[in-house]
Design a protein around this ligand. Structure first.
Ligand code: FAD
Length: 413
């Protein structure tokens, strides 16, 4: 027996759900219930490695909307609550408190979980992952309590951003990473080299080509990080950034189709394989016409825009998600922006030089632009976005011969 009915049930208390609720309300008057397991209302996670970790932003500044917004908009917000099960035939969801909700339609926006490492010495005090406010809070507490030597495991976004933020605030930061260069896997060699130099100027020590073997400690707290090569780094704190995976537990148990990239498979309207169930944000693997394939990313901008697309479709409109994914990373107030994503490329064109204050990197697959990443070149990002959206074949040699001058799509006839 169901305890009650809602028109729109939003599962997951993050940005995708939050923005979906907002657009459902702006465009309709049905009942909305947003269920999230964290204690906070939806908030912006990017601050966790940046302003919030640097103590320059208060928690409330990072909320997606102020706490009173939800009640004012007649959106029921249930925090500290898990959805345990959904039955897509019966259109019901069972909550942690055993309440059963029937829904008209539902959104699954359960986000992503960090990849856990299984090495000797895990579980000691001072070792952290970073995904939620709680994790940033414990890092800040440990900096006061244990000391300010910080080792980052992984040379991707989390590792680089945390190292940049904490170095600027007086911590001694070191990064160990498998790659030769930071951010190399997603941004290649040019931006990898630029990032290495940027981090080194901030005082970060990088240890490329190193694989974590174990953590040593005094029985309670971590004291050093040991690599397979024998390299041993003394440390007070460890922050692990070893990637994330979409949280599909609920979706899998409900029998929803899962894609090759591990996310919940949807069409271009973010509809899953179950009737009246949509997916959005980090957990969704949606059909992108610009890529002629299903894609999945973990970008703030995508979760935000997915929220709107899902809401309009939940209200019966027919809206395809056509926004080209945009991402930014900020390392001590210096940003790399990117549109794409490229899951591979066969040629790279560098416009400008990594020694310039601004430059861009163009990642090509055949005659098409798969991704553009840039420092201080918003115009190139816009042009790249148009070319990716239109799947335009371009004369790539002409792009190269344009050198460093600003150009528009029309120049690539
Ligand atoms: C530290 C950090 C820094 C970042 N920095 C950047 C950046 O600089 N630029 C950028 O573009 N992106 C950045 N991102 C990525 C961006 O924040 C994410 O893409 C975005 O938060 C995804 O939103 P979401 O709503 O899909 O998922 P999430 O924000 O993960 O929200 C999902 C929520 O659902 C909850 N949940 C899961 N299962 C259930 C359940 N069964 N019942 C109830 N609740 C459930 C989860 O606990 C979570 O609170 C960063 C992410 C992190 C973690």
């Amino acid at each position: 027996m169901a305890d009650r009915h809602v028109d729109h049930l939003l599962i997951g208390g993050g940005l995708a759900s939050g923005n979906c609720a907002r657009h459902l309300r702006e465009n309709g008057d049905g009942s909305i219930l947003l269920v999230g397991r964290e204690p906070e209302p939806p908030y912006n996670r990017p601050a966790l490695t940046k302003g919030y970790l640097a103590h320059t932003e208060e928690r409330a500044m990072d909320y997606f909307r102020p706490p009173e917004f939800w009640e004012e908009q007649n959106i029921e917000l249930m925090t500290r609550m898990n959805v345990m099960k959904i039955d897509t035939d019966a259109h019901t969801a069972t909550l942690m408190n055993k309440d059963v909700i029937t829904y008209g339609n539902a959104l699954i926006a359960t986000g992503a979980n960090v990849n856990l490492l299984r090495v000797e010495g895990m579980g000691q005090e001072g070792i952290h992952y970073l995904r939620a406010f709680g994790s940033s809070d414990s890092i800040l507490e440990d900096l006061d309590k244990l000391g300010r030597r910080v080792t980052l495991i992984g040379g991707s976004y989390i590792g680089c951003e945390v190292a940049a933020t904490l170095s600027r605030h007086g911590c001694g930061c070191q990064i160990i990473m498998l790659e030769d260069l930071p951010l190399q896997r997603t941004l290649g060699d040019d931006l990898g080299a630029w990032t290495r130099r940027h981090l080194e100027r901030l005082g970060v020590q990088l240890h490329p080509g190193e694989s974590l073997a174990s953590f040593e400690g005094d029985g309670e707290r971590v004291t050093s990080v040991v690599c397979e090569s024998g390299l041993k780094l003394e440390t007070d704190i460890v922050v692990i950034g070893a990637g994330v995976h979409p949280d599909t537990m609920l979706a899998k148990a409900a029998g929803l189709e899962i894609g090759e990239r591990g996310g919940i498979l949807t069409d271009a309207n973010l509809r899953t394989s179950a009737a009246d169930v949509f997916a959005a944000g980090d957990v969704a693997e949606w059909y992108s016409a610009a890529h002629e394939s299903h894609i999945r990313v973990e970008h703030w901008d995508v979760a935000f825009n997915h929220g709107r697309t899902a809401a309009l479709n939940m209200l019966g409109q027919d809206v395809k998600h056509e926004v080209v994914p945009y991402f930014w990373t900020d390392m001590a107030d210096v940003e790399i922006e990117s549109v794409g994503p490229a899951y591979g490329w066969d040629r790279v064109i560098l416009r400008g030089s990594i020694d310039d204050p601004s430059f861009s990197v163009w990642y090509l697959q055949g005659n098409r632009v798969a991704q553009v990443a840039a420092v201080g070149r918003a115009h190139d990002i816009e042009v790249g976005k148009k070319l990716i959206a239109e799947r335009r074949e371009i004369p790539t040699d002409q792009l190269e011969s344009l050198g460093n001058v600003e150009f528009d799509v029309a120049c690539l006839a």
